[in-house]
Design a protein around this ligand. Structure first.
Ligand SMILES: [Zn+2]
Ligand SMILES: [Zn+2]
Length: 359
């Protein structure tokens, strides 16, 4: 087995080389949020007040969708405390930034900061990790899903990215509800209701047709953009016994202007090493990681990562392999034989058939 290290182990070795300001909040990130807000609000007002041709409304939907995604990336950063330090201001600004994607700040910090970051790619504890073949054996629903032919399943799972972030948020609300103390549940509930009230209020004001352009289409576009990144963050990596960001995370490469628009969200390995650091400094962190462990660091163009996701199944086998149970095709994961340029597989027996026979 490979030797794993915790994120603290890497952070302790890289931190001495970073400038002091890298560990301070960067409030100037809010100017980016303000720019997104101005474009978003003026686009929604334009759709609402004028009876434009649907092509113009469609174009404005794309612009609003890009703003939804950009604000989501900023919300992620704000709620890690890397923009402002005061807790109430962090939650207020983070809540506003996540309002388009309909996620509340308290729920997000529980789900993402306190759980996903602490237990990344842990088979049972990471709420964002994909299931193992053991779970398939226990779930009739999962076995039904994995009987659907692979190309149909792959196409459906890519289409579902258009709503996945918002749907997964609702799932997380139900998943974590019991874990919130009784006194906090009221706030979590209202933080969920408030964004939806804003958007349903808009529907009542402008009618269904304009609302589709002002909210629904942008929500689908925003979801697709954020999920485009999130789906590449860990899904080609193995499940791991130790939360080692070099083993369990992937950094994707996008054009520089995209990194500016998306607050360097592509630097996901760097983010897992220093989640409380502004992403402004991640390109610098990347240089040092590559010096420290060039053999263990994974990065690839985002398009390549998405193609690899399309072509590989999302079910873990023995932690380090991905298995297509219907045909018994087994692929490696990053660091365990997955070759992005040649996605070949081994063949195992029909695993679903065997499991059903054993039951
Ligand atoms: Zn992550
Ligand atoms: Zn994070």
């Amino acid at each position: 087995m490979k030797q794993f290290h915790s994120f603290g182990w890497y952070a302790a070795r890289i931190a001495p080389y970073l400038p002091e300001e890298a560990f301070r909040p960067v409030p100037s990130r809010l100017f980016g949020g303000l720019a997104y807000m101005l474009v978003l609000v003026s686009s929604i007002v334009t759709i609402s007040l004028f009876d434009l041709h649907w092509l113009w409304n469609g174009l404005l939907s794309v612009v609003i969708g890009f703003c939804f995604a950009g604000l989501g990336f900023l919300g992620h950063e704000i709620l890690h405390g890397t923009v402002v330090k005061r807790a109430w201001l962090r939650d207020l600004l983070g809540g506003i930034a996540f309002l388009p994607l309909c996620t509340g700040p308290k729920l997000w910090r529980k789900w993402h900061n306190a759980t996903h970051h602490v237990h990344t790619q842990h088979e049972e504890l990471d709420p964002d990790a994909w299931p193992t073949i053991k779970r398939l054996a226990q779930s009739r629903f999962l076995r039904w899903v994995y009987r659907i032919p692979f190309p149909i399943r792959a196409a459906f799972s890519f289409l579902s990215l258009a709503g996945m972030f918002t749907v997964h948020s609702l799932h997380m609300l139900l998943h974590f509800w019991k874990d919130f103390e009784k006194g906090n549940r009221r706030a979590v509930f209202w933080q969920f209701v408030l964004p939806w009230s804003v958007w349903i209020g808009l529907l009542l004001m402008i009618g269904v047709e304009k609302w589709l352009f002002a909210f629904v289409l942008p929500l689908l576009i925003g979801n697709t953009i954020v999920m485009g990144y999130i789906s590449t963050n860990h899904r080609l990596n193995p499940l791991v016994p130790v939360n080692d960001p070099l083993a369990n995370s992937l950094t994707v490469i996008v054009p520089k202007w995209v990194d500016i628009l998306h607050f360097n969200f592509s630097h996901h390995t760097e983010h897992h090493l220093f989640p409380a650091m502004s992403s402004k400094y991640y390109p610098l962190v990347k240089q040092y990681i590559k010096q420290l462990r060039p053999d263990r660091y994974y990065e690839m163009p985002m398009t390549k990562a998405l193609i690899a996701l399309w072509k590989t199944p999302r079910l873990y086998h023995e932690q380090t392999e991905l298995i297509e149970p219907r045909e018994g095709y087994v692929y490696g994961t990053l660091g365990y034989g997955l070759n992005i340029d040649d996605l070949s597989h081994k063949v195992k027996e029909n695993v679903i058939g065997k499991m059903v026979k054993e039951k």
